[in-house]
Write a protein that binds this ligand. Structure first.
Ligand code: AMP
Length: 425
């Protein structure tokens, strides 16, 4: 299916093309027509499925279409997000997809000064993306009014609940006009979310997509505790193993990806980078070289790696751990394609241990530790916990053997997310 078939207007199609999207993801294919038609919608989808565009594109289109008889500057769409990271990503998405429209957006969240946010709202925005706490603050101070909102999106509803924002969310919903379009997205649909959905949606369409990468258990995962400054040397060390025929290395930033390629180059390890700052043709060239085997090491950022489907990726290396645990699943899912088994190694420095904990909770596996490597760092290693739950399953120098073990513990969603982010609403 093509984006053109979704009846999106030309300015949006152009923006989507500039993003390098070839075709709509399943949640976009299934969701966009309903949202364009003005229906309420429940989307059961995780981050990484393309759900942001699934609501942002049709919202932009509906606001553009109905723009003529409206005065500008009043808030017409509100997107509530549980975390500031997600809120700013959503803001970036509206900026990217809406770049050929004249619609304005602003993002507001806690933990930073409110003045720039107040001024942005005062200048006039069509779309407001917000975390609940800060939004309520600004509403209570009289800076934000929601009585003109036509479309309301509650994103990551289950996480809102887990983070204890439900009362704030309900208070915000009470300030919205009763006549509105409502979209609710949630990765899971526990009873509490279903109940909320019944209360705030009218005859919703239900769309569910499964995450693309659910193959974690087939992948042989290990973690190397290492100081940040030693990561490059460790990478060069492990890349000496010729069993690593085709390896995808993930960095958190575009800059990090470029730097790493240069450093590998100096060590005579030929590598190429693929990320959002590269032109479409440069990305395709790098990918082509990687596919054909001319390039053994492809360094990528999460966004650039979306949609990369290369057969025979033997290894995925998380040079930086992702701060979104879902990204880990997507990254390592690039190996072990089509029934093949793959290997995923993660380099974890002392600042990244919390990310590792989040990942282990999400995948419900303890990732075995490679303790015996030349850059092993006792400082980066977590201290064993009294309950024996610390990540302390050492494993030998050959990480290819053995596999990640289930730890038998089934943490609740609250535990999964409750300790991850807080205080940024
Ligand atoms: P989301 O689930 O909204 O967080 O999106 C995950 C990632 O997928 C984002 O980096 C988007 O830029 C990217 N993305 C969204 N839609 C598409 C598409 N149709 N094709 C390729 N990538 C996409």
């Amino acid at each position: 299916m093509k984006f053109e078939q979704l009846n999106l207007i030309e300015p949006l199609l152009r923006a989507v093309q500039a993003e390098g999207y070839d075709e709509p993801t399943p949640i976009q294919q299934q969701g966009i027509p309903h949202v364009l038609a003005g229906k309420d919608l429940i989307g059961c989808a995780q981050t990484g499925t393309g759900k942001t565009a699934a609501f942002a594109l049709p919202i932009l289109q509906r606001l553009v279409a109905a723009n003529r008889n409206r005065q500008g500057g009043v808030i017409r769409a509100l997107v509530l997000s549980p975390t500031r990271e997600l809120a700013s990503q959503i803001g970036d998405s509206f900026a990217a997809y809406g770049r050929h429209t004249r619609l304005k957006h602003a993002v507001i969240f806690g933990g930073v000064g409110q003045q720039p946010q107040v001024e942005a709202v005062r200048r006039g925005v069509d779309i407001l993306v917000a975390t609940p706490g800060r939004l309520l603050d600004l509403m209570n101070q009289g800076y934000v009014r929601l009585d003109t909102v036509e479309i309301f999106v509650l994103d990551e509803a289950d996480r809102m609940l887990d983070m204890g924002f439900i009362h704030d969310v309900r208070r915000i919903i009470r300030a919205l006009p009763a006549k509105r379009q409502t979209l609710l997205f949630s990765a899971t649909m526990p009873e509490a979310i279903q109940e909320l959905a019944r209360a705030i949606l009218t005859n919703p369409v239900y769309v569910e997509v499964t995450p693309q990468a659910t193959t974690v258990e087939k992948i042989d995962q290990s973690v190397f505790f290492v100081e940040k400054r030693d990561k490059r040397a460790l990478l060069e060390h492990v890349l000496r193993d010729t069993a690593i025929r085709r390896v995808l290395v993930f960095t958190r930033t575009k800059h990090g990806a470029n730097k790493l390629v240069q450093q590998l180059d100096r060590a005579n390890i030929q590598a190429e980078a693929i990320h959002g700052n590269k032109s479409q043709s440069a990305r395709e060239r790098a990918l082509g070289n990687f596919r054909s085997g001319r390039t053994r090491v492809l360094v990528a950022t999460d966004i650039a790696a979306r949609g990369i489907d290369v057969e025979g990726v033997t290894h995925v290396i998380n040079y930086d751990l992702p701060n979104e645990p879902e990204s880990y699943v997507h990254r390592i899912g690039r190996t072990a394609r089509a029934g093949a088994s793959g290997v995923a190694w993660s380099f974890c420095d002392s600042d990244e241990r919390a990310y590792l904990r989040d990942i282990e909770k999400l995948i419900r596996l303890r990732v075995p530790v490679v303790a015996d490597h030349p850059y092993a760092s006792p400082q980066a290693m977590p201290a064993p916990q009294p309950n024996g739950q610390a990540n302390g399953h050492p494993r030998g120098a050959n990480p290819q053997t053995g596999s990640a073990r289930r730890d038998g513990r089934k943490p609740s969603r609250r535990q999964w997310h409750g300790d991850r982010r807080n205080g940024n609403g």
